[in-house]
Each structure stands twice: as structure tokens, then as C-alpha cells.
Design a protein around this ligand. Structure first.
Ligand SMILES: [Zn+2]
Length: 108
């Protein structure tokens, strides 16, 4: 006999550390690691492109900028563009007045 331990989904082992990850998930086509960031610090330009749907983005970089920074800037830019596109029609309702919910007192 002997209880078998339920196999965990995560494989054990040393986790590979990649401090300078430069591939990301695409915001548009949602392919994993299809977005590559290239940094040209000499030129001060960071470029990002998706090899699947060919989305592109470019931003300025400095010596502290990392690929993830370009990626988050891209997210912000895409977000802003989307908001701009939908600004012509206002959202119907704002959730300013959410009903007050109190937890832990459902019995009197
Ligand atoms: Zn894409």
C-alpha cells in the first residue's frame, strides 16, 4: 500500500530565471510570445513588433529602460487609442453609486 501523492501540475526543478525577457503576449492577436522587443540604446529607440499580426510600436528608451517597459507603454498606448475610439459614445452608466454591501452580518 502507500498513498500516492497526487501529482502536482507544476514540474519541480530549478526555475530558469530570465531577467531580460523580451518576448511578450500580443495585445491584439493574443499569441503567446509573439511580440518581440528590440532595444537600440545607442539610438535611444525601442521597437516592438508582433510576428503574428504585425502590430508595431516604437518608443524612446534610455539606459534604464527594459523591454517590459516598452511593452507596458504599448499597452498604455493601445488602451488610450481604444478609449479615444470609443469616446464618441459614452458609456451608458457609471458605477459611482454601488450598493453598500456588508459582509459577516447576515444573521441578526
Ligand atoms: Zn499579434
Amino acid at each position: 500500500m502507500g498513498k500516492r501523492k497526487k501529482s502536482s501540475r507544476k514540474p519541480t526543478g530549478p526555475r530558469k530565471r530570465e531577467p531580460l525577457e523580451n518576448t511578450f503576449t500580443c495585445l491584439f492577436c493574443h499569441h503567446d510570445k509573439s511580440v518581440t522587443v528590440r532595444m537600440d540604446r545607442k539610438e535611444g529607440i525601442g521597437q516592438l513588433f508582433c510576428k503574428v499580426c504585425d502590430q508595431r510600436f516604437q518608443s524612446k528608451v534610455n539606459h534604464l529602460t527594459e523591454p517590459i517597459d516598452i511593452y507596458s507603454e504599448w499597452i498604455d498606448a493601445a488602451d488610450a487609442a481604444e478609449r479615444e475610439a470609443s469616446s464618441s459614445r459614452r458609456p451608458a452608466a457609471s458605477n459611482k453609486s454601488a450598493p453598500a454591501v456588508s459582509f459577516g452580518s447576515d444573521e441578526e
